[in-house]
Design a protein around this ligand. Structure first.
Ligand code: SF4
Length: 359
């Protein structure tokens, strides 16, 4: 069997720089199973689409794909409202199925229905001290964005639970944005420590970096987010999408359509780069700079590009919304299949720790 870890770490230059050993290299190595997912905190939006969903739809043809609806992790920031989880799990699944996730290619799993994850999380939590969690850049950023002064044990331990998510399903590839890389690095560290201590055989995962930049919000804010009220949801109707796009922040210095504009500071131009054809992007760039297009027309053009993406989703959404049992069946079946792997992993892990008692 190929030792991918050794191969990958050897791919660093002679100074040990150049290649981060946590980052997957699909051109050189063969990977098998992806683990990806979302916290079900509300409807998915275009930021989710460009940040992960679009990539998952592509990857499901290439890799065995597991998508985890992480309802327990949703409680790290929404613990006061567990009653929202059922509806949000359903909405996440509806967004997946409508946007092109194929349940024949992708296994969709509900986290809390796989209790082995919680068990492995408990074992992993012994292997990491508090400081690396406190200093984890992703945790720090999220805590700052949410204005948290005090961090709960669950919020701080979120990366530990993510490490368990990855390990329990024997995933070797985790598609993430660059800002999530510290989570994968931490997962590798915990898993390596487990294997070294207990002669375990858990799989150390690699991060598959999605290089597409984070989609800005309608208000030009750094991040599209439902909680910031600046998102276009995948479930928004055409009329709602058009109305939201009309409110988007553009180059404020442009008053008249003939004013020369700066597309690089404009939210709408960023949406063009995410959703429009190369030809339309180039035309928009030139026309904006030369004052040859009005912002209203430009917004209508980007609406057309976004509509092309959302339109095929509407029909599937309508079908699954009228056949809710089918959505739940996809979740139950996916979870059942994935749980078989989770049971196997936890038994192997406990065996390596010598904590299987009785017969
Ligand atoms: S013309 Fe388009 S790219 Fe230029 S400022 Fe207006 S909306 Fe933005």
């Amino acid at each position: 069997m190929v030792n991918r870890k050794a191969l990958q770490e050897n791919s660093m230059d002679e100074h040990g720089k150049g290649v981060n050993p946590a980052i997957a290299d699909e051109t050189k190595f063969k990977y098998e199973r992806i683990l990806t997912g979302d916290r079900p905190t509300g409807p998915l939006h275009l930021g989710h689409y460009t940040g992960s969903l679009r990539n998952r739809i592509r990857l499901q043809d290439k890799y065995e794909t597991f998508i985890l609806i992480a309802d327990i992790q949703a409680l790290t920031t929404n613990f006061e409202h567990p009653e929202m989880l059922r509806e949000n799990i359903f909405l996440a699944a509806l967004d997946y199925l409508s946007s092109g996730i194929d349940p024949k290619l992708s296994t969709i799993i509900v986290q809390s229905m796989v209790p082995e994850i919680a068990e492995l999380t408990a074992f992993f939590s012994m292997l990491i001290s508090i400081n690396p969690l406190r200093h984890n850049p992703t945790i720090k950023t999220e805590a700052k964005e949410r204005g948290y002064k005090e961090l709960t044990y669950g919020f701080l331990g979120y990366p530990v639970s993510q490490a368990a998510d990855i390990a329990i399903f024997k995933a070797d590839l985790v598609p993430v944005g660059i800002d999530q890389l510290p989570h994968v690095e931490l997962a590798r560290k915990i898993i390596r420590k487990f294997n070294e201590l207990y002669c375990g055989k858990l799989i150390e995962p690699f991060a598959l970096i999605d290089k597409f930049p984070r989609l800005v919000g309608l208000d030009g804010g750094l991040k599209m987010s439902k909680s910031y009220g600046n998102s276009i949801n995948l479930s928004d109707s055409e009329g709602v999408v058009k109305g939201k796009i009309r409110t988007a922040l553009t180059d404020k210095n442009r008053i008249h359509p003939t004013d020369k504009g700066n597309p690089y500071i404009c939210t709408i131009f960023k949406y063009h780069t995410a959703f429009s054809s190369e030809t339309l992007i180039k035309e928009t760039e030139a026309n904006c700079k030369n004052g040859k297009i009005g912002c209203v027309q430009c917004k209508d053009n980007v609406f057309g590009s976004i509509k092309n993406i959302l339109e095929p989703m509407y029909e599937k959404r309508a079908y699954y919304s009228n056949n809710k049992d089918e959505v739940w069946d996809v979740l139950y079946e996916g979870t059942k299949k994935a749980r078989l792997i989770a049971e196997q992993t936890i038994n192997e892990a406990k065996k390596s720790m010598r904590i299987i008692y009785g017969d």
